[in-house]
Design a protein around this ligand. Sequence first.
Ligand SMILES: [Zn+2]
Ligand SMILES: [Zn+2]
Length: 443
Amino acid sequence: MKRIIAAALFIVILSALVSCAPDAPPVHVHSFGEWTVAKEASCLEEGLRERVCSCGEKESETLPAPGHSVKDGVCVRCGKKASKGLKLTPGEYYDCCTVTGIGPCRDTDVIIPDTFFSKPVTGIAEYAFKESAGLTSVSIPDSVKAIGQFAFSDCTGIKTIRLPGNSFEVGTCAFSNCTGIERLNVPAGMIAVGEGVFSGCTGLTSVSIPKEIDGSGMFSGCTNLRSVTFPSGARAIQNGMFSLCDSLTDVTVPDGTEEIGDSAFVRCKALARVSIPDSVTAIGKNAFMECPALESIVIPDSVTSIGQSAFEGCTELKTAKLSDKATDIGARTFMKCSSLEEVTIGKSVTRIGARAFSVCKALKSVTVPDAVEAIGNDAFFNCGALENVTLGSGLKIIKSRAFYLCGNLKTVRFKGTPEEWEKIEIEDFNGPLKNAQIIFEGE
Ligand SMILES: [Zn+2]
Ligand SMILES: [Zn+2]
């Protein structure tokens, strides 16, 4: 009977092995050719481009309508004339003009003139068109060098927007809550001097960024944003750039990026996959805080600094692998990651910050490497599932409540000797640690 069971088991194992054998035909990976324009975009109508794989599969992509390109008062593409009746105010020396409001103009397709009485139109004043809900498109000529704060904010009807082709500055929330814009190619000449330039543009689904652009919170609260084309060679993802972008599911930080800014992806509800290249050296504070769809994260060894609360409240995060170069785990880094089962702490870490892993209720075991000298206040506070802890021989201080409310802590493996253990300063409210069985693994 035993032999029969053994034989049956052998067949089961064998068939399992066979089904895993790599002789299945290779999966076809599409290799698309060059894009060809199927429908040219006109000033106010979107175009379409396509590319085809050798297998016949076709992929298409919408080309945003470019808006009107005005030269000497006329669109060079369609011939339409610039809007009349806009409120224009001469500059201090009467050598230029600024658009300060819509005035008696009734156009819904607003074309800002490039000149007014032969003076160049160089600016759009702050609040100039704020809450002009009737506008459906706005075209800004290359003569404009500055767009003031809130200039077009809450223009919810705007679908097409043409920004200057030359370098221009744009102020805080200049296009915030323009909920009708779906696709945006950020022009290379844009210099954000304020925050949240396109924040709250809830209709925006895709954005292409040609180069690194300053200004924090640029796309904050763009809750439909799914596709982001990052520039290559940008140094940083700015602070708060994609905070509260609820539809962002995948982020591949481009190679070459050195810094992920503070709050860059905070509260991105759907963000499930993040790939961080080994050019990144710093992850800012709150960078991925409260991203409840994120299940795993690998922080490459290039990263030397991780800001506080970087992954706090990522409630589905199950595994985290930390950099071997980072010397510090900041305060609250993984606090309230209630599904975190497995964490690999890098071997260069010398300090585990306050509350770094507190309320990680699924964490069963943790290894604190030898380089760690200090475990901060409440570091593993309320980690109710924690059963096994391995502590490195370099440990000097375990601060108060570091292992408080860790009711299941049974075994502590210490990489040093009993004499070395006695020298560690263990502060108050670390009862679970003191009651656990200590296994000495030192010489
Ligand atoms: Zn194909
Ligand atoms: Zn035109």
